[in-house]
Design a protein around this ligand. Structure first.
Ligand SMILES: [Zn+2]
Length: 174
């Protein structure tokens, strides 16, 4: 029987931002314009996986994850409205406001889809040259509710299958 263990190292950095959204076609109050104080937990591993660290003993410096991810969030999502590209009514409304800041999403701006977008689109673009891969992104919409997007398979590989799961989801009861 195979009986060996190995150590996998990862970092988790928390990031915070504020944004507005609504859920297109939501059957209840989430269809209204409203906002959240979002928290993002991003977990990164070395591109080679395993327990690879630099000469100082780091996968990567925490500050670089913060700088890169927060720069993107500040520029695109913070104090912006996130709107689904098919939500023509919301897009028309937000474009009437002066000044305005909004971000057009390829999917409804649920915590699940936001986590997936950060994992699949944003993290590879802003972290790629640091030699790390984002393995998991959790988007906390409230203190009690978050959605998690996770790369499955070999964390060092590219083109990985993506699994998205809701850990806690009571948002529609609030
Ligand atoms: Zn909401």
């Amino acid at each position: 029987m195979h009986d060996s263990t190995s150590t996998q190292l990862s970092l988790i950095r928390q990031l915070k931002f504020c944004a507005g959204h609504r859920l297109y076609r939501h059957e209840s109050k989430c269809a209204f314009f409203h906002g959240h104080n979002y928290r993002v937990d991003i977990e990164v591993v070395a591109a080679g996986g395993g327990s690879e660290v630099d000469s100082v003993g780091r996968i990567v410096d925490f500050s670089l994850i913060k700088q890169r991810m927060l720069a993107w969030l500040d520029a695109h999502w913070d104090h912006a409205f996130l709107i689904f590209e098919e939500d023509a009514n919301a897009l028309a409304a937000i474009r009437m406001v002066e000044p305005t800041k909004y971000f057009v999403m390829p999917s409804n701006p649920t915590a699940e889809n936001m986590a997936r977008y950060l994992l699949e689109v944003v993290a590879p673009g802003v972290l790629g040259d640091l030699g790390v891969v984002a393995r998991k992104v959790a988007v906390w919409e409230t203190d009690e509710s978050c959605a998690v997007a996770t790369l499955t398979g070999d964390a060092g590989g590219l083109g990985l299958a993506l699994a998205s799961a809701v850990l806690i989801d009571d948002r529609y009861d609030r």
